[in-house]
Design a binder for this molecule. Structure first.
Ligand code: GLU
Length: 307
């Protein structure tokens, strides 16, 4: 069949994701990340995957994964495919670490947080050449081969990262045996074919390390879009750690419209009488990056759903 339109055929389908850590129920701040990533994916006819980042059991809340998924359903944010759980993917992470250990790209380190703090706050490579072996009290670090001091964010343009941070050999497995967030997130994003990462601006800084991991692994990095962070009245990020209130699951409309307004949509009167499905559809059709506030942190003007 002839293609009569002049627009190019999209040959690389968009795959986005929402990757919550189940440390508590969905709150207004995490709803922003869910909605922003959903609109960005669906406005491009892309897929939107959900990945539970349940890597850190001591910080998790029993039942939070289920609560988060029910909240997404209550807001009619339906994901594509099956939900992926990081707790079931330890082999993927360990295999990569083993490869790096045997090629000497990764090494055991016994420096404590306190020692690092005392030596200026950045890890100085003290254990690089010590040839430590697996002991109970070691973390594993990756030799930094591709320091990233700047990258382009789709909304915030160029982001710069302090040199000392960019050059640090960072931890890929903690001394308590837990896999590090940066490692798991990149291995999963690659494995799931993610093409763009859309998430809260609190993760701008680790992005440099994540791009360096792509380079070390010989993969083209994804593109990044960081959304403004919702702050509480005291200047703290709304987070599960700060006990942000769970969003309203029974009457989602007010919170949904507040969240959309936070993301820069002009909510008209009609929206207040529309159904959740209609609002979400309208959001997908009217989502433009230009409307997204360029601030990194915002205290929402509305109080619904926010403690
Ligand atoms: N799991 C992280 C969080 O809940 C988000 C990770 C990401 O989007 O890269 O803050």
């Amino acid at each position: 069949m002839t293609n009569n339109t002049s627009s190019p055929i999209n040959t690389s389908p968009y795959i986005g994701r929402f990757a919550p850590s189940p440390s508590g129920p969905l709150h207004f701040g995490s709803l922003i990340a869910a909605l922003g990533s959903y609109f960005q994916a669906k406005s491009m006819d892309g897929q939107w995957l959900v990945r539970m980042e349940d890597l850190d059991p001591p910080r998790e809340m029993v039942g939070a994964s289920k609560l988060i998924l029910s909240a997404l359903e209550a807001y009619h944010l339906y994901w594509d495919g099956d939900v992926v759980y990081q707790s079931k993917r330890h082999d993927l992470y360990q295999d990569q670490i083993d490869k790096w250990l045997s090629s000497k790209q990764a090494y055991y380190c016994q420096c404590s947080r306190k020692q690092i703090k005392q030596s200026g706050g950045f890890y100085n490579g003290a254990c690089r050449d010590k040839q430590l072996t697996s002991t109970d009290n070691c973390s594993i670090r990756l030799k930094m081969a591709h320091p990233v001091e700047r990258f382009l964010d789709q909304r915030h343009a160029e982001i710069t990262i302090p040199k000392a941070l960019a050059e640090e050999d960072f931890i890929i497995k903690r001394r308590d045996g837990l896999y590090a967030y940066n490692l798991a997130v990149v291995l999963d994003d690659i494995d799931q074919g993610i093409t763009q990462v859309v998430r809260g601006a609190d993760l701008i800084e680790p992005t440099g390390r994540q791009i360096s991991l792509y380079r070390t692994l010989g993969h083209e990095p994804v593109s990044y879009l960081h959304l403004p962070l919702a702050m509480d009245g005291n200047g703290n990020k709304l987070s599960k750690q700060n006990h942000a209130t769970a969003i309203d699951m029974r009457n989602p409309k007010a919170t949904l419209l507040n969240a959309m307004s936070f993301l820069g949509f002009e909510i008209n009167q009609e929206m207040h009488s529309a159904s959740i499905d209609e609002i979400i559809r309208w959001g997908c059709q009217n989502w433009h990056l230009k409307q997204l506030p360029s601030q990194i942190e915002i205290t929402p003007r509305f109080s619904n759903g926010v403690s």
